[in-house]
Design a binder for this molecule. Structure first.
Ligand SMILES: [Cu+2]
Length: 254
């Protein structure tokens, strides 16, 4: 076999990776950022875009080169050479993806650790999903509502509950997305998370788990107040939690 133009193939892979990465990073894929986690998560996705572009071209460049270089000549009806693999090549194509996956896993771990860190003075809120509506209880204020109200730059400690089927909490501008699983809380299901909204305004909580015919209508207003006083004023206008509120089916008696 004649020598491969390794340097030229590597250069083509790098150039195409750079072009693809630049083009793919131009669109604003995730939209407005409105929580302290958003920038970290978007950066992680950008890194994944660059690595994916690299993986794409490191496969495609040798593939197209091989298709062109070793194409059948007209009239060639013979069998291909019997080839038995190449240990060095197999080690290389095992090591490169392993390094990429482990690197990405380590980086994701650091980001997750960062955005899951608890801050003092967080406001606890229980978010309940059922076909096809969200409801919110504020245990410290003994209040319940069908809108999610929080305070800018104040962490919220959310506990998820589902009364019937799987639902999923998603405020796109906060980037945080978490499933609500029937049986929680206390059922050893990952049912809580923290988020710190850092932009006041009105957003929308979207259910992002297909939960039945009314799934598309399962949205709730989200209001991020600029001050704690505004939030407290809103709280004072809400209904208290009824004392006979039934526990969701499947949750342990407490
Ligand atoms: Cu749904």
């Amino acid at each position: 076999m004649q020598g491969l133009p390794i340097l030229r193939l590597a250069a083509a892979t790098i150039v195409l990776t750079v072009i693809t990465s630049v083009l793919m990073l131009i669109p604003d894929w995730n939209g407005e950022q409105a929580s302290t986690a958003a920038a970290d998560i978007d950066r992680l996705l950008d890194v994944a875009i660059v690595l994916s572009s690299f993986v794409f071209w490191i496969v495609m460049v040798p593939l197209f080169y091989a298709i062109y270089r070793w194409r059948a000549k007209p009239g060639d009806e013979g069998d291909g050479e019997p080839i038995h693999g190449n240990t060095r090549l197999e080690i290389i194509w095992t090591v490169i993806p392993t390094v990429i996956v482990l690197g990405l896993a380590g980086y994701s771990w650091v980001v997750l650790d960062d955005i899951e860190a608890s801050e003092p003075g967080a406001i606890p809120i229980t978010v309940t999903g059922q076909q096809f509506a969200w409801s919110f209880t504020y245990p410290e204020q003994n209040v319940q509502a069908d809108e999610l109200h929080v305070v800018e730059d104040r962490q919220v400690e959310v506990t998820m509950r589902a009364l019937d089927v799987l639902h999923s909490f998603w405020v796109p501008e906060w980037r945080i997305k978490r499933d609500a699983v029937p049986g929680a809380p206390g059922a050893s299901i990952d049912d809580d998370f923290v988020v710190t909204p850092d932009r006041a305004g009105e957003f929308s909580l979207v259910c992002t788990e297909l939960c039945g015919l009314g799934h598309t209508t399962m949205r709730a207003p989200v209001v991020v107040h600029e001050t704690r006083a505004e939030f407290d004023r809103w709280i004072s206008e809400q209904d208290p939690i009824p004392s006979d509120q039934p526990e969701p089916a499947g949750s342990p008696a407490s």
